[in-house]
Design a protein. Structure first.
Length: 245
C-alpha cells in the first residue's frame, strides 16, 4: 500500500510539473493580449457605472483566455458616448457579458481609478485542456497620459519586454503565470498524471507479457522452471507446464 501511495504521489507531482510546463509554454508561444488574435472568440460589453466609463472584453483562443478591463473618469460630458462609438465594432448586443470568476471585470467595483486617472487591467490565463495558471497586469496612469503609466504585476514572473503598444501607448509587459485556477489546475494535473502513468507503465507491462509468453521470469527474464518462485531473482512466477507422459 505504501509503495502504491508513493507511486501515486510521484505521478501526481509529475502531472503538476507537466501542467506548469504546458501553461508556461503557451504563455511564451502564444500572442500576448496586445496582439489582435482572430483565432479566438471575442466578447465585449460596456456599461456606465456612476461617473465611470467601464469597458470589458474577453478573448478565448485554444489554451488561453484574456480579459481586459478599462476604467476612466468621465471627465467630458459626452465621454461615455464617445467611448461607445469608439468600441462599437467590439461590442456584443448584450448589455452584459458573463466574465470568468478570475477576471477583474467580474468584480470591477473593486478596481476603481482615482478621480483624475485611468486604469487598465489585463488578466491572462493559460493551460490545456483546462485553463490552469494566470497572472494580472494592472496599469494606472493620469488621464490621457499613457506614457506616464505604472505597471503592477500580480501572480506572475516578469519577462523582459521593451517598447510601447502602438494602439494604446502603454508599455509592453509579459509574464509567466504563477497563480493557479484551482479547478483547472487539479483537472490538468490528473490528466497529465494519468498520461505519464500510461507512458511509463505500458512498455513495462508489454515487456512482462512477452517474457511470460516465452516462459521467462517477468522480472529478470530468467527461464522459468517447475517451481512457483524464480530461481534467479526470487520473484513469484507461473510454473512451467509439463506435458503429461
Amino acid at each position: 500500500m505504501k509503495r502504491f501511495l508513493r507511486k501515486l504521489a510521484l505521478f501526481l507531482l509529475l502531472g503538476a510539473l507537466v501542467n506548469v510546463i504546458v501553461a508556461w509554454s503557451l504563455g511564451l508561444m502564444m500572442d500576448p493580449w496586445y496582439v489582435p488574435d482572430t483565432r479566438g472568440l471575442w466578447k465585449g460589453t460596456m456599461w456606465k457605472d456612476d461617473n465611470y466609463v467601464v469597458y470589458g472584453s474577453h478573448v478565448i483562443p485554444l489554451g488561453k483566455a484574456s480579459t481586459q478591463l478599462y476604467q476612466s473618469p468621465e471627465v467630458e460630458p459626452d465621454g461615455y458616448e464617445k467611448a461607445v462609438r469608439r468600441w462599437s465594432d467590439k461590442m456584443t448586443p448584450l448589455p452584459q457579458v458573463e466574465f470568468p470568476a478570475w477576471s477583474a471585470a467580474t468584480h470591477c467595483d473593486n478596481v476603481r481609478p482615482a478621480h483624475d486617472a485611468e486604469i487598465f487591467v489585463v488578466d491572462e490565463t493559460f493551460g490545456w485542456p483546462c485553463l490552469s495558471l494566470r497572472y494580472r497586469l494592472l496599469y494606472r496612469y493620469p488621464f490621457k497620459n499613457a506614457a506616464a503609466s505604472t505597471i503592477e504585476l500580480q501572480g506572475g514572473m516578469r519577462i523582459a519586454a521593451k517598447g510601447v503598444i502602438s494602439f494604446s501607448g502603454l508599455p509592453y509587459a509579459r509574464a509567466l503565470p504563477l497563480r493557479p485556477i484551482c479547478a483547472g489546475f487539479a483537472k490538468n494535473t490528473l490528466v497529465y498524471a494519468a498520461a505519464c502513468c500510461v507512458i511509463v507503465m505500458t512498455p513495462r507491462a508489454l515487456r512482462r507479457a512477452v517474457r511470460r509468453h516465452h516462459n521467462l521470469c517477468p522480472s529478470c527474464a530468467y527461464p522459468v522452471g517447475l517451481g512457483s518462485v524464480c530461481t534467479e531473482c526470487g520473484k513469484p512466477v507461473t510454473p512451467k507446464r509439463v506435458a503429461p507422459t
